[in-house]
Write a protein that binds this ligand. Structure first.
Ligand code: CDP
Ligand code: CDP
Length: 225
């Protein structure tokens, strides 16, 4: 049987998943699927309806009205919701918070998992998120659980925000990350966890380049040989 050539990367916020996945996608000429962006796109839709993230009934009832699709422009993922390209708004803080809230609900997850599997059925992908190795692509040729200490992840996010010219407090950034970790790890539906057959990579003391090399080595051993 041919080996599955897709790569699943899971881990908490700020672990470096998207940075590393983009780099590996370019090196292996694969499509990078950012599943967090899909939850963020759904979040934009729910926010546009004025829904509260804790309004389970409202969110579940509205879920079917969101027509989410993904297109690639020069390798970059674009999220389209009901005909509108929402990509420029995906990284807004309020969107991240709503994404984490709406990701708790089963109907939201089922809808997006279906879309994610359709993308991976077409071609080998490198996909990152929280439940890729455990739920979305259980047969991925390589599964990585990428993490780093909460302090290091907060330092990385803080640096990003400062570079963007935003004023923020590192203690607040760390608290937001810790709260998001808790919510992602303790929800009932597909909580963030390390799949049994995933390789743990702790990047607390690694540069992005070192992480990329480590994962490429693992991939060659797991799939290419
Ligand atoms: O970039 P960051 O790590 O902050 O988050 P993201 O990957 O953009 O994901 C936003 C939120 O969507 C996360 O906090 C998760 O709650 C949720 N998510 C999920 O539940 N499952 C996924 N496969 C991807 C994201
Ligand atoms: O996708 P995720 O939320 O896991 O993290 P990211 O957005 O890829 O990375 C968060 C920040 O950490 C970015 O500014 C990266 O450049 C940085 N980073 C780092 O400093 N060292 C690494 N080994 C990986 C990422």
């Amino acid at each position: 049987m041919t080996k599955n050539r897709s790569i699943a990367i899971d881990g908490p916020a700020g672990a470096g998943k998207s940075t590393i996945a983009k780099e590996i996608a370019a090196k292996l000429d694969m499509i990078y699927v950012d599943t967090g962006a899909m939850y963020r796109a759904m979040a934009i839709y729910f926010l546009s309806l004025g829904l509260d993230g804790k309004d389970e009934a409202g969110i579940c009832a509205a879920c079917g009205g969101a027509d989410v699709s993904v297109i690639y422009e020069n390798g970059a993922q674009q999220l389209i919701v009901n005909g509108e390209n929402v990509t420029p708004r995906l990284r807004e803080e309020v969107v991240g918070q709503m994404a984490s809230n709406c990701a708790v609900y089963g109907p939201v997850r089922s809808k997006l998992v279906e879309l994610q599997r359709e993308l991976a059925d077409r071609t080998p992908v490198i996909m990152d998120g929280r439940d890729i190795g455990s739920v979305v692509l259980p047969n991925a040729g390589l599964k990585v659980y990428l993490t780093a200490s909460v302090e290091e992840r907060a330092r990385r996010r803080y640096k990003e925000l400062i570079e963007k010219g935003e004023t923020c407090d590192i203690i607040e950034v760390e608290k937001t990350i810790a709260d998001r970790d808790y919510q992602d790890m303790h929800r009932e539906n597909s909580p963030l966890c390390q799949a049994e057959d995933a390789v743990l990579v702790d990047s607390s003391n690694m540069t992005a380049a070192q992480v990329v090399d480590t994962i490429l080595d693992l991939y060659r051993k797991a799939v290419a040989e």
